[in-house]
Write a protein that binds this ligand. Structure first.
Ligand code: LLP
Length: 439
């Protein structure tokens, strides 16, 4: 079993006090020391999945692992993933800067995104980012102009839209999909011609695609690879080029609830390897850029229970229990109807009841878990929500002017702060009152 198939961090246990532990740390102690809501990242789980990927692909030397930083990008997380030997897929000046400041070899960084600004392109070039994934005609022109001004050449991949659309448990293939990302296959010849004849500061190294996220259906990767290989062969032949890189994106799913059944990383490796052998084209470098499956399982969020409310819906009793966080630290339930599991941190013999776990934000839609059965909760009880490592902190907001959570890294019974809790002064630190309004 690979780590992405686990519901909880791999070090999760219960100690002799009956409290949940992760990374050897008692969650009650962590709540006391750092306060709640608190993001917790288990280092062993994070390193575990990195090793799963490396082991699964070890016989396939052409694979280069890139972490999609958008899932969770902080300096300490970047350090760990860098130590594991991954490169980084970045999509903004902020991600590039974080990766750079964390000491990453910038030649292992890819800059991707559908509307990179001049400022971001300049920063990426100045910091010597290894590859750009060029998304559209506008960007190709702009990147070439800036590279020309700087007197440099840039290695690029072309972001393609291969016509495969993935939903969580199924996928569809269509001639052309409605996507804001990348070149349609019908535009590939035109952009290649421009690069060859006009954009002489761009070195075309290969192609890039990303077919979706939280993917359980591995066949979609085979189809993607087939399309990309076909395009590479076609481009090589028609334009007398030798493209030698193919980036197949990220997307492998994780297990948020018992219903989810994501594939083992080994199965993904098998599918990718077999697809590569099937077409026996020599593509020296294949990039994989997973985000969610690298960091999701390693993360949990710790909350404290506060108020509760019972409503009588024509005889059907519904109980809301509110915690001290919610949609600003985990927007996924309200944005995508995402489902999570949770547990009380202190194991007890209390009678169980079905509740709705609500957030503290001023919005009816701020519900973390719609229906969950837990031991009866009292104010002050601690709740652990699992699988919050990916796309939680990275999509967090200051809605209702609430300070963002702290984040701690746990490992071998040690805990370290890796993101400080925001303070009230942090919240107003970017505000400015024009002189005429000052008191
Ligand atoms: N590469 C590209 C070009 C991407 O756009 C993405 C994700 C990835 C790699 C990483 O995909 P992953 O392995 O994480 O599935 N906020 C949404 C997920 C958006 C994913 C966007 N692109 C969520 O919370 O479910």
């Amino acid at each position: 079993m690979s780590v992405n198939q686990s519901l909880k961090p791999i070090t999760t246990g219960v100690n002799n006090k009956g409290n949940i532990t992760i990374g050897g740390c008692d969650l009650v102690d962590l709540a006391q020391k750092y306060g709640t809501p608190l993001y917790i990242i288990d280092e062993a789980t994070l390193r575990g999945i990195c090793k799963d990927y490396k082991n699964a692909f070890k016989d396939y030397k052409n694979i280069k692992m890139m972490y999609a930083s958008k899932a969770l990008c902080t300096s300490a997380i970047t350090r760990i993933i860098d130590e594991e030997g991954f490169g980084f897929d970045t999509v903004s000046a902020g991600e590039i800067y974080t990766v750079y400041k964390s000491g990453v070899d910038m030649s292992k960084v890819l800059f991707n995104g559908n509307n990179k600004s001049r400022r971001e392109i300049e920063l990426a070039l100045d910091l010597k980012v290894g590859r750009f994934s060029v998304d559209n005609f506008y960007e190709a022109e702009l990147l070439n102009t800036i590279a020309n001004e700087k007197g440099i050449n840039v290695n690029i991949l072309l972001r393609l839209t291969p016509g495969i659309e993935c939903h969580t448990h199924e996928y569809i293939q269509t001639g052309q999909i409605d996507s804001k990302f990348g070149f349609d296959l019908t535009q590939v010849d035109k952009i290649t011609e421009l690069i060859k004849n006009k954009y002489t500061n761009l070195n075309l190294k290969g192609v890039h695609a990303h077919i979706g996220s939280q993917i359980f259906e591995l066949q979609s990767f085979c189809d993607e690879i087939e399309i990309l290989i076909r395009e590479i062969s076609r481009i090589n032949q028609k334009f007398n080029l030798k493209l030698d890189e193919m980036n197949i994106g990220g997307g492998l799913g994780v297990k948020y609830t018992l219903k989810d059944n994501p594939p083992d990383v080994k199965e993904l490796a098998k599918v990718v390897t077999e697809a590569m052998h099937k077409y026996s084209v020599d593509i020296p470098t294949i990039y994989l850029e997973p985000g969610r499956s690298i960091i999701s399982t390693a993360g949990v969020t710790l909350y404290t229970v506060g108020s509760s409310k019972t409503v009588d819906l024509n005889g059907k009793i519904k109980k809301y229990v509110a915690v001290d966080g919610g949609m600003a630290d985990n927007p996924r339930p309200s944005m995508y109807q995402a489902e999570y599991i949770a547990e009380t941190v202190v194991k007890n013999e209390k009678e169980e009841e079905k509740i709705t776990l609500a957030g503290r934000y001023c919005e009816s839609g701020d519900i973390l878990i719609n229906e969950i059965t837990l031991p009866k909760l009292d104010a002050g009880d601690l709740i652990c929500v699992y699988n919050t490592g990916a796309y939680n902190y990275s999509m967090a907001s200051n809605y209702n002017r609430v300070e963002k959570n702290a984040m701690v890294l746990v490992n071998n019974s040690q805990s370290d702060i890796i993101v400080n809790r925001e303070s009230l002064d942090d919240l107003i630190s970017h505000d400015n009152i024009p002189n005429r309004l000052r008191k």
